[in-house]
Structures are given as structure tokens and as C-alpha cells.
Ligand binder design. Structure first.
Ligand SMILES: C[S@@+](CC[C@H](N)C(=O)[O-])C[C@H]1O[C@@H](n2cnc3c(N)ncnc32)[C@H](O)[C@@H]1O
Length: 337
């Protein structure tokens, strides 16, 4: 028995690590066999993938070791099983479309809106190589799977950084700017953040996905550059996840001004987006240089050079905390006043 104990202690340490490596590896192999098969990797330092893998492992281990997090995330992830068949069913046509673009030297394909909403020009491109860009319901319903492979399974783990900053309870009025399918809200709800949520997004398809996935939120089609005039100082807390890298700089300035306007004085903005040039360690952003072209992210490079603290300060938002969450960074900002 004593001998068994000798083995079981190290085994108990190694097994969870193996489980995590398996989980991250599954997503890494999905990335390699799916998207990467359609992407030219010439000029990409492949050590990037090793670093990404290690980074994803570290985040998995750190977050899932916290009390209650593994259970909450496992429950939140169950909903992704509903959309998996849709994702798998469309992989071949998605890869075919990317290859078609490559063969014809096309950076972007046109996007056809089905409604008469005044979409800004920059939005009408097939971001992420999605069929009909942000305006396809299928793309919206499978978005979480796309980014799951891109981030080696760390998609929801990174957004946990935002959730951790939200106080528990149900007393806050929260606006999520560019909510997409509002994935993090279900995850937050499971962790006793049951606040009054409003989500806005330009895409009726993403909002429809959020409705189909039963988000407990008021969901409205709106341009983040022009929020409702009556919302001045209306919200206690704002969240904005992975929007800025999709916007040209003048639009970023307008969205920041609008976010500052609708936040109450002393209120908090939780901002998350990709890491930037300043955080780059050699080679780390390597494929990010290619990311812009591969995934049709026309404003990505400009975003990575943007001085975020200065931008926010121009609009009365002061950075109180900055944290790195794998491929993303979180800024916690307070509105002066
Ligand atoms: C990368 S997705 C991020 C979605 C979500 N925040 C998340 O956590 O996954 C970017 C989202 O921004 C939306 N978007 C882009 N430009 C916008 C704008 N000017 N106003 C509102 N939403 C916008 C897109 O429709 C898309 O849903």
C-alpha cells in the first residue's frame, strides 16, 4: 500500500496535466487539419505554434484550478455541442471558399446585407473568411467553434478574465458592446453574475444566434459608433470584447467616445482585445502579421499599434488594471467624475 501511495501522488499531479494537454492538443490539431490546410504558412515561424500551445496550456491550468471554474466552464461549454454538427457540416465549404480566394488573389469577398440597416462600409467584408461576413446565421452559430480552434480551446477561458472583474449579484445594469452571440453572458450567469444585460451588435445574425442560445439579455441591433442618445450615463458597467481589431481607427475613436458617454461617472469599462505590438516577445506576433491577410482582418495591424491608454484617456477613461490573458489583454478602466 505504501508503495502504491508513492506512485499515486506524482500520478495525481501528472494526470490533470495530461488531461489538459489532451484538450489543448485536440484543438491544436483541429486548427492544423482544418484552417491551416487552407492557409499558406510560408514565412511563418512555426515555433509560434509551440508557444501558443504552451500559453494555452498555462491558461487552462491556471483558470481551471480555481474553485468552481472547471464545473462552470464545463456546463457553459455544453451548449457548443448543439452547434458542432453545423460547424462540422460547413468545414469543407469554408475551406473551399478560402482556397478560392487564395487562387484568385482575393483578400475579401463581398457581403450582401438582407436588411436596410445603415451598415458602415468597413463592415461589409467577409471578416474571418466567414460566408457573408458577420451577416450569416450559420457563421454566427459556429463562431465559437471557429475561435475555439484559433485559440486552442482558450476562447472561453480568456473571456473569464472579464467575468472575474464583474461583481457577483443581480444589481448592475451592464451593456455589452458588440456582443456577437454573447457567449460570455451564459458563462457569467453560471457564476452568479445575474445582472441586467443589454447587448448591442451590428449583425442581426449574431443577435439571432444570441437569442437562439437563450441569452438572458436585451439584444439590439445598433452601431457602436452611435449608441442611443437617451443612454447618456445609463450603465453601471460596460464590456467590450474583441471589437477594436475589427474597426478602422476613426471608428475606434467614435466607439470609445460613445462608450464613455453611456457609462455613469465612476463606472467601469472592461475591455478585452488581442495583445498588441508592445506585448510582443520575439516571434510571438509572427503569424499575426499574416493573420490580417489570412483571416481577412483588414484593420488588425493598425489596432496592434494603437496606444490604448492614451485613446481611453482622451475620453475620460483611466486604466486601473492591465492583464494579459493568453492572446488577449484585459484593461479595466474607470470613468472619471
Ligand atoms: C470578433 S466578434 C466579438 C464578439 C463578442 N464580443 C465575443 O466576445 O466573442 C466582433 C463583433 O463585433 C461586431 N461589430 C463590428 N463592428 C461593429 C460596430 N461598429 N458596432 C457594433 N458591432 C460591431 C461584429 O458584428 C461581431 O459580432
Amino acid at each position: 500500500m505504501a508503495q502504491l501511495g508513492q506512485f499515486s501522488a506524482p500520478l495525481a499531479e501528472v494526470l490533470p496535466r495530461l488531461r489538459t494537454a489532451g484538450r489543448v492538443g485536440l484543438h491544436a490539431s483541429g486548427l492544423m487539419t482544418g484552417w491551416a490546410s487552407a492557409l499558406p504558412l510560408d514565412g511563418v515561424d512555426l515555433s509560434f505554434f509551440k508557444k501558443s500551445f504552451t500559453g494555452a496550456m498555462d491558461l487552462h491550468e491556471r483558470v481551471l484550478a480555481e474553485p468552481g471554474k472547471r464545473e462552470a466552464l464545463a456546463r457553459a461549454e455544453r451548449e457548443d455541442l448543439f452547434t458542432l454538427p453545423l460547424f462540422l457540416g460547413a468545414i469543407l465549404s469554408d475551406i473551399g471558399r478560402v482556397r478560392y480566394k487564395q487562387r484568385n488573389g482575393l483578400q475579401a469577398l463581398p457581403v450582401e446585407p438582407e436588411d436596410s440597416f445603415p451598415y458602415p462600409d468597413y463592415y461589409l467584408t467577409d471578416f474571418h473568411n466567414q460566408a457573408n461576413g458577420g451577416l450569416s446565421l450559420r457563421a454566427a452559430l459556429t463562431y465559437e467553434w471557429q475561435i475555439r480552434f484559433l485559440f486552442m480551446g482558450a476562447n472561453r477561458l480568456m473571456r473569464q478574465g472579464v467575468i472575474d472583474e464583474i461583481p457577483e449579484g443581480s444589481h448592475l445594469d451592464i451593456l455589452d458592446v458588440a456582443c456577437g452571440p454573447a457567449t460570455w453572458m451564459g458563462q457569467a450567469w453560471l457564476q452568479n453574475r445575474r445582472h441586467r444585460y443589454t447587448g448591442i451588435d451590428l449583425s442581426p445574425a449574431y443577435l439571432e444566434a444570441a437569442r437562439l442560445l437563450r441569452r438572458k439579455a436585451t439584444l439590439l441591433q445598433m452601431n457602436a459608433e452611435q449608441l442611443l442618445p437617451e443612454w447618456t450615463e445609463r450603465f453601471d458597467l460596460l464590456t467590450c470584447i474583441w471589437l477594436f481589431h475589427e474597426l478602422p481607427l476613426p471608428a475606434i475613436e467614435r466607439v470609445t467616445a460613445e462608450m464613455a458617454r453611456v457609462l455613469e461617472p465612476g463606472g467601469t469599462l472592461l475591455f478585452m482585445d488581442a495583445i498588441q505590438q508592445a506585448e510582443e516577445t520575439p516571434g510571438e506576433l509572427g503569424p499575426f502579421e499574416h493573420f490580417e491577410a489570412y483571416f481577412n482582418e483588414p484593420y488588425f495591424q493598425d489596432y496592434t499599434r494603437l496606444e490604448l491608454p492614451e485613446l481611453f484617456a482622451r475620453h475620460g477613461l483611466r486604466v486601473v488594471k492591465t492583464e494579459r490573458w493568453y492572446m488577449s489583454k484585459l484593461l479595466v478602466l474607470r470613468k472619471e467624475g
